[in-house]
Write a protein that binds this ligand. Structure first.
Ligand SMILES: Cc1ncc(COP(=O)(O)O)c(C=O)c1O
Length: 399
């Protein structure tokens, strides 16, 4: 079963060859239904939301709010109030880091891990600077898995928050999120899970996970850029202050003070990305109509096929060998820089990413400048894998 035909861009060429798109960790392509949903919104319903007493505003509001309900169901949040629209994962983490400012005490620990994307590092460093907290990080093993003994040692009564990625964007490691959340809860720490790389590949159930916050970006889930979700536990969101001030987030305003709406609107100041939220809703609806278990199993098989083919190539060095891997393969070719490999693959119409993948501390830990990363999605097929293997093999002859 192939869903390729639903994604018009996959029919185009790149560098004169049929496109092999293996940069899905960076962003995914969009199915026609998502493109149509955005188009239809601007052609037929465009209006500001929540504001005016006219039909267009009512339609736009209904369409955006239905996107929120779809997100709620998709991650099994208990209430729609727990779904805050943001620009993406990065903004969602910054939002949480800002609203926690009053809660974090000098000398407390904010625990992250060596696997994190810069988005799940820098906002916490800024929070630590504002509050006098310390940043600590859970170490990884040489295989690229979190060292759970180190996590246990670093999670103490002094830990205010544990923020970690569900799936590593650099190595593909799937972290045992539920176990980590339970360990954090046992010491009374809040938890934030960065779901940017997990949301398309793993079933996410925030109630089952038990996390306080879960964040993801729409564009990694076949939705447009500029829209993402912050899930937060309702009781916690109600207890926390707003971040940005402005229209929509208020209940009453005087010239000297204001009262605020409840969640989610308290955290959504200003005109939101209405078309983005509608596009995200369309992407989720699209996914719900697919045989997801079958597609994910096929994706796993592609990753295995790619790994076994690539490992036959002289000079191929796999970076990260976690027991549980998502749809990411990071590698180096002996004696060459990842950017050169990326360029040689690009010349063959194969789109991969090379560099540090916003994982500088991880690359430092592994003592490498970066990697070449092939990241898969549900529309990739055997031909993509075979082209990748042949492309890498050819690259070795040039390097
Ligand atoms: C694990 C992880 N976290 C955070 C981000 C940041 O996502 P965005 O740029 O959509 O905010 C990414 C993007 O690559 C990611 O892979």
């Amino acid at each position: 079963m192939s869903i390729r035909k639903d994604f018009p861009i996959l029919a185009r060429q790149s560098r004169g060859k049929s496109l092999v798109y293996l940069d899905n960790g960076a962003t995914t392509q969009k199915p026609q239904v998502v493109i149509d949903a955005i188009d239809q919104y601007y052609q037929r319903h465009n209006s500001n939301v929540h504001r005016a007493a006219h039909e267009l505003a009512e339609e736009a509001t209904q369409m955006m709010e239905s996107g929120r309900s779809l997100c709620q169901a998709f991650i099994n949040a208990e209430s729609r109030k727990e779904i805050i629209f943001t620009r993406g994962t990065t903004e969602a983490i910054n939002l949480v880091a800002n609203i926690l400012t009053q809660r974090i005490k000098p000398g407390q620990d904010i625990l992250i891990t060596e696997l994190e994307h810069h988005s799940n590092i820098v906002p916490w460093q800024m929070l630590a600077e504002r509050t006098g907290a310390n940043i600590k990080a859970v170490a990884i093993t040489d295989e690229g898995e979190l060292d759970l003994d180190d996590a246990a040692a670093k999670l103490t009564k002094n830990t205010a928050l544990f923020a970690f990625t569900h799936v590593s964007n650099g190595l593909g490691t799937i972290n045992p999120a539920k176990v980590l959340i339970k360990m954090a809860q046992d010491v009374g720490a809040l938890t934030l899970v960065d779901g940017a790389q997990a949301i398309l590949h793993l079933p996410v159930d925030v109630q089952n996970l038990g996390c306080d916050f879960y964040v993801f970006s729409g564009h990694k889930l076949y939705a447009p850029t500029g829209i993402g979700v912050l899930y937060g536990r309702e009781a916690l969101l109600e207890a926390l202050p707003p971040w940005q001030g402005g229209g929509e987030m208020i209940e009453h305003v005087t010239l000297t003070s204001s009262t605020y709406q409840s969640a989610p609107y308290k955290f959504e100041a200003g005109t939101p990305n209405i078309a983005g939220a509608i596009g995200l809703g369309a992407a989720i609806t699209y996914l719900q109509q697919q045989p997801i278990a079958e597609l994910v199993a096929a994706e796993d098989a592609l990753v295995s096929r790619a790994l076994s083919g690539l490992q036959q190539i002289d000079g191929f060095r796999l970076i990260g060998e976690p027991a549980k891997r998502s749809a990411v393969i990071s590698f180096l070719l002996e004696g060459s820089h990842p950017n050169d490999v990326g360029t040689l693959l690009d010349q063959q119409g194969i789109a991969v990413r090379s560099g540090h993948h916003c994982n500088m501390p991880l690359m430092t830990r592994l003592e490498i400048p970066g990697t070449v990363r092939a990241s898969f999605s549900l529309y990739n097929n055997d031909e993509d894998v075979d082209r990748l293997i042949a492309g890498v093999s050819k690259a070795t002859t040039f390097l």
